[in-house]
Ligand binder design. Structure first.
Ligand code: AMP
Length: 283
């Protein structure tokens, strides 16, 4: 397994692999890896010949500096897990390597509504930062396929929009893989490491509420269903940012359902200092 820190070296290896006729799969991450990340590596290994994974805690996507500082970093463990999973190459750049000129005014990506609702609204600038780093990483790796988790549903749509508006990415195929959960339903997340044992017991309530929506939704007004879900979260000790049901494609919030439109339920809520997000396709 290659461990590479410089873009120049990364490009050299990828070019060589491509000239040998291999297809390249790419899994971008911020480290503190768990089975969710490893499932993306597994999918890439199945579908491509050479799997590259990046670990880079991207400062430009954090709108909260304390969150950036406290983001878990477990690099030695991550490297072992990626090696055991059969990753071919890890790209481990530092901030200077990704953003050599900090004075450059970042490009503005056209994300429309996507950055005005849900994660976009509650984390101003977050998706611009995501696009900025993914743009740089995709141009460095030039993958045939990229692998993302449904856990970050809105992010998947943002990446889709980035691919659609970038001519160089025309041939990149994006795969979205299911959310990997703990046996109690809690979506695996690097941030779970920061939860106390008590909070870890409470955290699966988010998935309980998502399932409650799925099991109880019916055509007509969704207002009572949503407020019941929100109340459950508040009673468990969460501070919700949003509890919503939206069109699964456009993410337009839906409060009155025609019984046919494809829906996704989305939740973001704080447990103490830790902000958790999760989602579930309802129909
Ligand atoms: P992150 O390191 O949090 O930036 O995540 C890197 C990739 O792993 C993203 O595509 C995430 O959506 C994905 N991911 C994170 N958690 C999970 C999970 N529980 N199941 C599946 N994919 C996940």
């Amino acid at each position: 397994m290659w461990i590479i820190k410089k873009t120049k070296d990364l490009k050299e290896i990828i070019e060589r692999k491509k000239s040998e006729g291999l297809t390249i799969g790419f899994v971008p991450t911020m480290g503190a890896l768990h089975e969710g990340h490893i499932s993306l590596v597994g999918a890439s290994r199945k579908m491509t010949d050479f799997t590259a994974c990046s670990i880079f805690v991207n400062p430009t996507q954090f709108n909260n500096s304390a969150d950036l500082e406290k983001y878990p970093r477990t690099i030695e463990r991550d490297i072992s897990a990626l090696e055991a999973a059969g990753t071919d190459l890890i790209f481990l750049p530092d901030v200077q390597e990704i953003y050599p000129d900090q004075n450059i005014v970042p490009k503005k990506y056209a994300l429309g509504q996507l950055e005005e609702i849900f994660e976009g609204k509650h984390r101003p600038g977050h998706f611009q930062g995501v696009c900025q780093v993914v743009d740089i990483l995709f141009k460095a790796v030039e993958p045939d396929m990229v692998f993302f988790g449904q856990k970050d549903y809105q992010q998947c749509m943002v990446i889709h929009a980035l691919l659609a508006q970038t001519p160089e990415f025309e041939n990149i195929k994006m795969h979205i893989l299911p959310t990997i959960r703990e046996p109690n339903g809690l979506a695996m997340s690097s941030r779970n490491m920061r939860l106390t044992p008590t909070q870890l017991n409470i955290a699966p309530t988010i998935f309980d509420v998502l399932q409650f929506f799925k099991n109880n939704i019916s055509a007509g007004s969704l207002t009572t269903l949503l407020s019941d879900g929100e109340r459950t979260l508040l009673q468990a000790g969460f501070k919700p940012d949003y509890v919503a049901i939206a069109d699964a494609i456009t993410l337009e919030p839906v409060t009155n359902w025609d019984g046919k439109q494809k829906l996704v339920a989305l939740i973001a809520a704080y447990l103490g200092e830790i902000r958790l997000i999760d989602n579930l396709i309802l129909n």
